[in-house]
Design a protein around this ligand. Structure first.
Ligand SMILES: Nc1nc2c(ncn2[C@@H]2O[C@H](COP(=O)(O)OP(=O)(O)OP(=O)(O)O)[C@@H](O)[C@H]2O)c(=O)[nH]1
Length: 332
């Protein structure tokens, strides 16, 4: 009896990269700092806000959040929603929560806005936070206003729509899109609940002015918080391949019918491109003049690889696994 399908045999034998080459990459160029305006607008709305929901991607629960949020908006009670839990490997959920608690985050909820998982926990948590806070000058006001913030594309608008769907049985109130930067303005208040009367404010995604490291930049890019072409589809795909192989997550082999796992991105993308028919004609100079040669379209193949990951077709992944190990070592 064979213990592993043939596709995985080579994977088990192979040696995978233990680190990803990070040098020479200019992370500042990937994340254009044009989001300060959005943050200013949010600050100006603070006086009408009782509580803040910060939404982040559950695949990067410990990294990539915008520290400026805490400085600029930290006056109000905070709830951290780790969304896209369907795409995250949450076997170490307790460790994640412990780590967040150590950093001062006691109110954390994991959600899935596509399948409406745990959405029902959000309003009770927010209500509790508001009721136990001083509410500044809003103590007499019976309606609660909550601002929803986060880096781009983490599911802020989806969360608002899901809460509204659950409590009011109403359809979409705010636009959702697979590309970062769909929400551009701090919007008018959206009612999401009748009792208590709760309004949510959708806001544009705001990235940190300085990303803490190149690797954090790559994780944010992999989760789709910045337009792929700014980092380069092939660079992000290479980082994805490194993560999948390092964590022995070989579902991509089966997904693309590759016949074997491999740690060389060029070779993987070539096979993906040929499988999907993503090829292009390129003019090449030969002894007899220019000739058309059919070549794999690496960028298109990389784009497909990234979309498959973001749709969850390559399996759930935890991108902060190394940070969790380091934290556990430090705390013990
Ligand atoms: N798998 C999965 N996808 C989700 C979930 N929530 C949102 N999405 C998808 O993530 C993408 C971004 O969702 P949005 O709600 O537009 O995110 P946003 O944070 O408002 O985005 P910006 O306007 O760019 O700041 C969309 O393609 C959503 O369908 C989730 O829980 N699971």
């Amino acid at each position: 009896m064979r213990l592993f399908p043939r596709a995985l045999c080579s994977a088990v034998r192979a040696a995978w990269r233990e680190s990803f080459p990070l040098g020479g990459r200019d992370v500042a160029r990937w994340f254009p700092g044009h989001m300060a305006k959005g943050l200013k607008k949010m600050q100006s709305c603070l006086k009408m806000v009782d509580c803040i929901i910060e939404v982040h991607d559950a695949r990067i629960p410990l990294s990539g959040r915008n520290p400026v949020f805490k400085e600029a908006l930290g006056l109000r009670p905070h709830l951290l929603v780790l969304n896209k839990m369907d795409l995250a490997d949450l076997r170490e959920q307790q460790k994640i929560l412990q780590h967040l608690e150590g950093a001062g985050w006691r109110n954390v909820i994991f959600t899935n806005c596509v399948k409406d998982e745990n959405i029902g926990q959000v309003i009770p948590a927010v209500t509790e936070l508001i009721r136990s806070s001083c509410r500044y000058h809003r103590g007499e006001n019976l309606e609660y206003c909550v601002m929803v913030i986060g880096v781009p594309n983490v599911g802020k608008s989806s969360l608002i729509n899901a809460i509204r769907r659950l409590h009011l049985r109403k359809g979409k109130a705010t636009r959702v899109g697979s590309m970062p930067g769909v929400t551009r303005a701090v919007m008018s208040r959206i009612q999401v609940c009748e009792r208590p009367l709760v309004f949510l404010l959708d806001t544009p995604g705001v990235l940190a002015p300085r990303i803490e490291s190149v690797e954090t930049g790559l994780k944010l890019a992999l989760c789709g918080t910045v337009l792929d072409h700014l980092v380069g589809e092939e660079t992000i795909a290479d980082y994805l391949l490194y993560v999948l192989n390092r964590q022995r997550l070989f579902q991509y082999v089966q997904h693309y019918g590759l016949g074997g796992a491999c740690d060389d991105i060029e070779s993987v993308l070539k096979r993906v491109a040929l499988k999907l028919g993503k090829t292009q004609k390129v003019k090449v100079l030969s002894g007899t003049g220019n000739v058309n040669v059919v070549q794999p379209n690496y960028t298109a193949a990389a784009g497909d690889f990234l979309q498959a990951f973001r749709r969850g077709q390559l399996g759930p992944v935890m991108l902060d696994g190394d940070t969790l190990v380091t934290c556990t070592e430090t705390h013990s």
